[in-house]
Design a protein around this ligand. Structure first.
Ligand code: GDP
Ligand code: MG
Length: 595
C-alpha cells in the first residue's frame, strides 16, 4: 500500500490532459512504441474526433525511483460539465491530482470547478504548466494565476510539454514524492468505490473501482450497496493497456470486476461494492442518482424504423446509464421516444452515435428542461415535454431548474457577457478578479436559458476568450407559458415550447420567421402561426410555388436532368410530412437556433 499512488488529471478541455497522459505512459513503458497511438486514453472514435474524453478510464503504471517500484494508477476524468458527477467520483478515488493549465490560455472555468472538487476531497495538487513548447506561452503570467488560485509556491509548479515530453520525468517524481499513499484498513469489511463502468459486447459490464477498505478475491460473493444486487466476482484485475486478471486486490488498489452484469443500469457510478458475508456497515458517502436535465423527442424519419430505433437506443443505454428514454407519440412525427440527457453535449453525442453506429436517420425536437408543475389540487408532476403540460386552468404554478454559472473571461468582455446573461434572466452573484485583466463572473440563471445556444453566443461575443461551467442549484417558480406553432391551422406538437412569459411574443415572432426560411415552397400557401392558447401572436406565409425543376433542362443533357431529379429525391428523404406540409428534418431542431 505504501508504494501505491492514485492520481487523476484535472484540466480545462484542450489544455493537454490526454497528450500529457500519453507521455507518462511512454516514460513508464506502460505502452510500447507500437501500441502508442496518439491519445491512448481516448479510445472511442467520437472522443478522438471531438478531442474530448467522454468516459473516464484508469490505467496502471510502474515507476522505479530510488530502488523502489511504485504502482501509479492514473484515473482519467471527463472534462465537460455534462459529466461532472463522473468527474467527482473519479476524484474521490484519488489521493492526488495533476492540475494542468495551458500556458498559452491560463486558468479557465473547468480548471477551477474541477480544482474545487479536488480540494473538497483533500487531494494533493501538483500544478503543471503545459504547452511550454509554444511560442505564445506566457509562463510567468499563468504561474501568477496558479499561485493566486491555489496558494502554492512558485517552485512547486512543473513546466511541461505534452508535445516534446518536457517535464514528464519531473511529474512522475512529484507524484511519488508529493502524493500520499492511500489510507484505509485492509482487514476491515470490503468497501470499494465504483467510479466508472464500460460495456463490452463479449464480457458484459466491466465496473472500475478503488478498494477503500478491505480486500476482494476472485470468486467472492459481492453485493452492490445501492442496488442491493448480488453477484459473483467472476474476474477481478488491474487495468494496464489491457485488463490483467489478479486473484486479489487490496486496500488502495484500483481495478476492475466482471460479474455477469448485463446492463449499465445495474452498475451505478458512485455505488459501493461489499461482501455478501461480511458487509460493511455503510456505503461510501457521496452517492448520487444522476438525473437527466435535458429532454428531447427522438423520432425516426421513416416510421418503419421505429423498432430499429428502439433497439439502437437500448444498445446505447447498455454503456450509458445516464441516457433515459420512454416511448412517446406525436401527432406530427408519429411514434418515437422522449430521451433524457445530462446536457447538450451528451445529447449531441447520442444523436451522432445513432447516426454513425446504427445508421439511424432521426428527427430530434427542440430540447427542454424538466419542469415541476403544481396543480391547484396540490399535486406535483414532473413534465418532460411541453406538449404534456396539463390544461392552464388546472395549473397553480410551474417551477424550472436553476443553475449557478461561472464564467471566466478577460475584463474587456465583461460588458457584453453581462448583457448576454442578464438577457437570459441571469442574476449577477459575484464578480471576482483573478488577475488585473481576468475576471470570474457568477450568475444564477434558469437552466433552460443556457440549454440552447448560450454557449455559442458566449463564444462569439467573447471571441473565444470566455470559459463556462455550471452546476444545478434547484427549482424556482417562473412565469412560463406554452407557445404553440401552427402550420396551415394545425398545431404541430413537436414544435411546442415552454417559455418565459416576457419572451413569448418575440420568440413566437422569431420562430415564425425562422420556419419561413426553413420550410421550402410547396404547391400551396403555407401559413405559419405562433399561438398562446387560442391567441395568435405571430404569422408568416410561405408562398406557393409550382416549380418544375427539370423544365430548364428541356432538350438538354439527359445526365444533367437525371442528376437533378436524383438530387430532388434525396432532398425529399430529409422531409417529414406534417399534415399536408413538408417540413425538413432539420427544421425541428434549428427552429430555435435564432440568429
Ligand atoms: P485534453 O482535452 O485536455 O485531453 O487535451 P488534448 O490532450 O486532447 O490536447 C488538446 C490539443 O492540444 C491537441 O491538439 C494536442 O495535440 C495539443 N497539445 C497538447 N499538449 C500540447 C503541448 O504541450 N504542446 C503543444 N504544442 N500542443 C499540445
Ligand atoms: Mg482528452
Amino acid at each position: 500500500m505504501k508504494n501505491i499512488r492514485n492520481f487523476c488529471i484535472i484540466a480545462h478541455i484542450d489544455h493537454g490532459k490526454s497528450t500529457l497522459a500519453d507521455r507518462l505512459l511512454e516514460r513508464t513503458n506502460t505502452v510500447s512504441e507500437r501500441e502508442l497511438q496518439e491519445q491512448t486514453l481516448d479510445n472511442m472514435d467520437l472522443e478522438r474526433e471531438r478531442g474530448i474524453t467522454i468516459k473516464s478510464h484508469a490505467i496502471q503504471m510502474q515507476y522505479s525511483k530510488d530502488g523502489q517500484v511504485y504502482t501509479l494508477n492514473l484515473i482519467d476524468t471527463p472534462g465537460h460539465v455534462d459529466f461532472s458527477y463522473e468527474v467527482s467520483r473519479s476524484i474521490a478515488s484519488c489521493e492526488g491530482a495533476l492540475l494542468i493549465v495551458d500556458a498559452t490560455q491560463g486558468i479557465q472555468a473547468q480548471t477551477i470547478s474541477n480544482l474545487y472538487l479536488a480540494v473538497e476531497h483533500n487531494l494533493t495538487i501538483i500544478p503543471v504548466l503545459n504547452k511550454m513548447d509554444m511560442e505564445s506561452a506566457m509562463p510567468d503570467e499563468v504561474e501568477d494565476q496558479i499561485i493566486d488560485l491555489i496558494g502554492c509556491d512558485r517552485s512547486e509548479i512543473i513546466r511541461a510539454s505534452g508535445k516534446t515530453g518536457m517535464g514528464a520525468e519531473e511529474i512522475l517524481n512529484a507524484i511519488v514524492e508529493r502524493v500520499p499513499p492511500p489510507t484505509g484498513d485492509p482487514d476491515a469489511p470490503l468497501q470499494a468505490l465504483i467510479f466508472d463502468s464500460v460495456f463490452n459486447s463479449f464480457r458484459g459490464i466491466i465496473a472500475y473501482f478503488k478498494v477503500v477498505n478491505g480486500k476482494i478475491r476472485k470468486g467472492d460473493k459481492v453485493k452492490f450497496f445501492n442496488t442491493g444486487k448480488e453477484y459473483e466476482a467472476d474476474e477481478i484485475g488491474v487495468l494496464k493497456l489491457e485488463m490483467v486478471p489478479r486473484d486479489e486486490l487490496s486496500t488502495g488498489d484500483v481495478g476492475y470486476i466482471i460479474s455477469g452484469i448485463k446492463t449499465s443500469r445495474e452498475v451505478r457510478v458512485g455505488d459501493t461494492i461489499t461482501h455478501v458475508d461480511r458487509p460493511c456497515s455503510k456505503a461510501i458517502s457521496g452517492f448520487e442518482e444522476v438525473k437527466p436535465m435535458v429532454f428531447a423527442g427522438v423520432y425516426p424519419i421513416d416510421t418503419d424504423d421505429y423498432e430499429d430505433l428502439r433497439a439502437a437506443i437500448e444498445k446505447l443505454q447498455l454503456n450509458d446509464a445516464s441516457l433515459t428514454f420512454q416511448p412517446e407519440s406525436s401527432v406530427a412525427l408519429g411514434f418515437g421516444f422522449r430521451c433524457g440527457f445530462l446536457g447538450m453535449l451528451h445529447m449531441e453525442i447520442v444523436q451522432e452515435r445513432l447516426d454513425r453506429e446504427f445508421n439511424m436517420d432521426v428527427i430530434t425536437t427542440v430540447p427542454n428542461v424538466p419542469y415541476k408543475v403544481y396543480t391547484k389540487q396540490g399535486d406535483v408532476m414532473e413534465v418532460h415535454n411541453p406538449s404534456g403540460l396539463p390544461e392552464p386552468t388546472v395549473i397553480d404554478h410551474v417551477e424550472e431548474p436553476y443553475i449557478r454559472a461561472q464564467i471566466i473571461t478577460r475584463s474587456e468582455f465583461i460588458g457584453p457577457i453581462m448583457t448576454l446573461c442578464l438577457g437570459k434572466r441571469g442574476e449577477l452573484i459575484n464578480q471576482h478578479y483573478l488577475t488585473s485583466d481576468r475576471v470570474e463572473l457568477s450568475f444564477d440563471m434558469p437552466l433552460a436559458e443556457i440549454v440552447f445556444d448560450f454557449y455559442d453566443k458566449l463564444k462569439s461575443i467573447s471571441k473565444g476568450y470566455a470559459s463556462f461551467d455550471y452546476y444545478t442549484t434547484g427549482y424556482r417558480t417562473s412565469k412560463l407559458v406554452k407557445l404553440d406553432i401552427l402550420l396551415n391551422g394545425d398545431p404541430v406538437d413537436a414544435l411546442s415550447t415552454l417559455t418565459y412569459f416576457d419572451n413569448a411574443y418575440p420568440l413566437g415572432r422569431r420562430m415564425c420567421e425562422k420556419l419561413k426560411e426553413l420550410i421550402p415552397r410547396q404547391q400551396f400557401d403555407v401559413a405559419i402561426q405562433a399561438a398562446i392558447g387560442a391567441k395568435i401572436i405571430a404569422r408568416e406565409t410561405v408562398k406557393a410555388l409550382r416549380k418544375d425543376v427539370t423544365a430548364k433542362c428541356y432538350g438538354g443533357d439527359i445526365t444533367r436532368k437525371r442528376k437533378l431529379l436524383e438530387k430532388q429525391k434525396k432532398g425529399k428523404k430529409r422531409m417529414k410530412q406534417v399534415g399536408n406540409v413538408e417540413v425538413p428534418q432539420k427544421a425541428f431542431i434549428n427552429v430555435l437556433k435564432l440568429d
